[in-house]
Design a protein around this ligand. Structure first.
Ligand code: AMP
Length: 300
């Protein structure tokens, strides 16, 4: 089953202790679609400006990503400048220019409206809601969010939470949204706001999910070198949703495997800058790392 994604397509300038890239391809929808296309067909909804080189669209076409929902409009493409220091657990936003993403009015092509799996990647909750208004009867709707929207668009975010099945967010965001320090308590409090499941990412410490009454907890895949954490969250979501759509299942067992797939997908992204590593990962490599990860978790 195909997955519809709406989110940002960006030029990222990123500095980490391992180096710097300028104007690299990024954005929440870009990382998500590259990750999820390892599993299934992707329908992309997004916007770019006239400055976006046609050559760079190849990254989507080479992966078979459907870009019927991609708008090219007058103006500049969204860009984000971020920096990571020390253990790189937190991105510091140095500069953000929403440009064409700030006025983006997502219009879904008719061919997208029957999408059964929908991922609302990081973007304004009002924009995420607009996309939901245009899909017919999805089987699974999952969203992401960030501190910016918790701060500036809380009412819209709460309206969104009443309409989604699941949310994927990081530990800091979960604490900020609920005022709870304990992540199990925070996860349960977010469930009370609407979603039936909540996945909380904890960076190098893995992930925790509250699925109905069940708790799922997995570590991160241990990597000796992390060069650039940008896109880890979106790649996690791509692996997670991609696997669920491929399996056509959304029960607790499938969720656990989806979290494991999300974890290993993200582990490839952070091995290099931008999409340099993720774009070259094969499904065999991904499955090989999943097998290693499963072995690591087994106690005999
Ligand atoms: P993450 O997976 O959380 O590391 O997401 C990184 C991506 O989010 C980068 O490629 C940025 O271009 C993108 N990004 C940063 N700020 C925003 C924002 N306010 N809205 C949408 N996307 C953003």
């Amino acid at each position: 089953m195909s997955v519809l994604v709406v989110g940002s397509i960006a030029f990222d300038t990123v500095e980490t202790p391992f180096g710097k890239v300028e104007g690299a391809l990024g954005g929440s929808a870009t990382f998500f679609s590259c990750a999820a296309s390892l599993f299934t067909d992707i329908r992309l909804v997004g916007v770019i400006g006239r400055d976006f080189p046609e050559e760079r669209l190849k990254i989507f076409s080479e992966r078979g990503i459907d870009t019927a929902g991609l708008q090219i409009v007058d103006g500049d493409t969204f860009n984000w400048t971020g920096r990571y220091e020390g253990d790189m657990s937190q991105a510091e936003t140095v500069e953000v220019n929403l440009n064409v993403f700030g006025t983006f009015d997502p219009i879904l092509p008719d061919s997208y409206r029957d999408s059964e799996f929908v991922f609302l990647a990081n973007g304004a909750p009002a924009l995420q809601l607009k996309v939901l208004d245009q899909v017919q009867k999805p089987k699974l709707i999952v969203c992401d969010t960030m501190n910016l929207w918790i701060d500036t668009a809380l009412d819209d975010l709460k309206a969104l939470l009443r309409r989604v099945d699941g949310i994927i967010l990081n530990d800091g965001e979960a604490r900020m949204l609920t005022g709870q320090d304990n992540l199990v308590v925070a996860g349960r409090a977010i469930r009370e706001m609407g979603p039936t499941f909540v996945v909380i990412k904890k960076g190098e410490h893995g992930g925790l999910a509250i699925v109905g009454d069940d708790i799922i907890s997995l570590p991160a895949y241990p990597l000796p070198v992390v060069k650039d954490p940008t896109g880890a969250g979106d790649s996690f979501a791509g692996g997670f949703m991609g696997y669920l759509a491929e399996a056509g299942a959304i029960d607790a067992a499938a969720m656990k495997k989806a979290i494991a797939y999300g974890t290993v997908t993200a582990s490839f992204t952070v091995e290099d800058f931008s999409l340099d590593r993720l774009h070259n990962v094969t499904r065999e490599e991904l499955d090989g790392r999943l097998a290693e990860f499963s072995e690591l978790l087994t106690i005999r």
